[in-house]
Design a protein around this ligand. Structure first.
Ligand code: SF4
Ligand code: SF4
Length: 267
């Protein structure tokens, strides 16, 4: 299952475009000869929410999850870290989560696995424009579900797979990767890329950064927000996207505390 987010135009050229309202047929279910066969030797890009959900499901912190199950590449144009799911060392290069009954992490399966057989491409950032995703269809010969069963629109399929609610949580992430800062060929330097990686993907480390460094001495956070950041993963993820707009792109999304002689916070 390889419905990854890509930039135009490569995949759009080679696949059938899906316009709004256009339909495709697809049905995946146990009993098919190919069942589970697609969960090997695939390139699955993980979103921040994918990493968080899988780490929580497996009962490990995000640092351990990233070290154990992922590989990180760098996008050539923007210098952004791209986290992918590491396939196994077996001959087939199986996904670490596939078993005889199919996906062993089904409720928390990544965005790309949910989207398949639909792929999505985001056009490069342009000043003053919100990039509109374009959808296309993977029609892999080995996938017996393609062309079978009921007809779906892209919207219907995305709804069925629980995508919109997840994308709403990650709205701030999409705004980061298509930020106008990148227009004109700018790319992240290693320091910014490391901040981006920690805040977006290694959320437990980011939480420690907020609560175990001088972060709260430097920025104004109200008590309600502090409490939420300590205990609510999704609130922390949204805050991470906000922090990156400040730290990486220089937007005034956080309020800096005025310097006080002697340092420290008011009791
Ligand atoms: S129908 Fe397609 S998506 Fe479903 S198990 Fe078979 S190859 Fe995978
Ligand atoms: S996460 Fe689940 S659906 Fe995705 S490749 Fe692995 S086993 Fe298949």
């Amino acid at each position: 299952m390889n419905g990854a987010t890509v930039e135009e135009p490569e995949l759009l050229r080679d696949h059938r475009r899906l316009a709004p309202g256009e339909t495709f047929r697809f049905s995946c279910h146990p009993g098919l000869e190919c069942f589970g066969a697609c969960c090997a030797d695939v390139n699955i890009v993980l979103t921040p929410l994918d990493v968080l959900g899988l780490a929580r499901r497996l009962g490990v912190n995000t640092t351990v999850f990233l070290a154990r199950y992922t590989a990180t590449l760098e996008s050539p144009e923007l210098g952004l870290p791209v986290v992918t799911l590491r396939m196994g060392d077996d001959e087939r290069r199986s996904c670490p989560f596939v078993g005889p009954g199919g996906c062993g992490v089904y409720e928390d399966r990544p965005w790309a696995c949910r989207m398949y057989p639909v792929g999505m491409a985001l056009p490069p950032a342009r000043a003053g424009e919100t990039p509109e995703p374009r959808y296309f269809l993977f029609e892999d010969a080995w996938c017996e579900g393609c062309g079978q069963g009921r007809a779906w629109t892209v919207d219907g399929w995305r709804e069925d797979q629980g995508i919109p609610v997840r994308e709403e949580i990650e709205r701030g992430f999409r705004a980061l990767v298509s930020h106008p800062w990148f227009i004109g060929g700018r790319r992240l330097d290693p320091k910014r890329a490391a901040m981006f990686f920690t805040a977006c993907y290694d959320l437990d480390r980011f939480r420690a950064f907020i609560f175990e460094s001088s972060f709260r001495d430097r920025f104004v956070l109200d008590h309600v927000l502090e409490e939420r950041l300590a205990h609510d993963d999704l609130e922390l993820l949204r805050f991470a996207f906000r922090w990156l707009r400040f730290a990486v792109f220089g937007e005034r999304t956080l309020t800096v505390r005025p310097h006080r002689p002697g340092g420290g916070r008011k009791p």
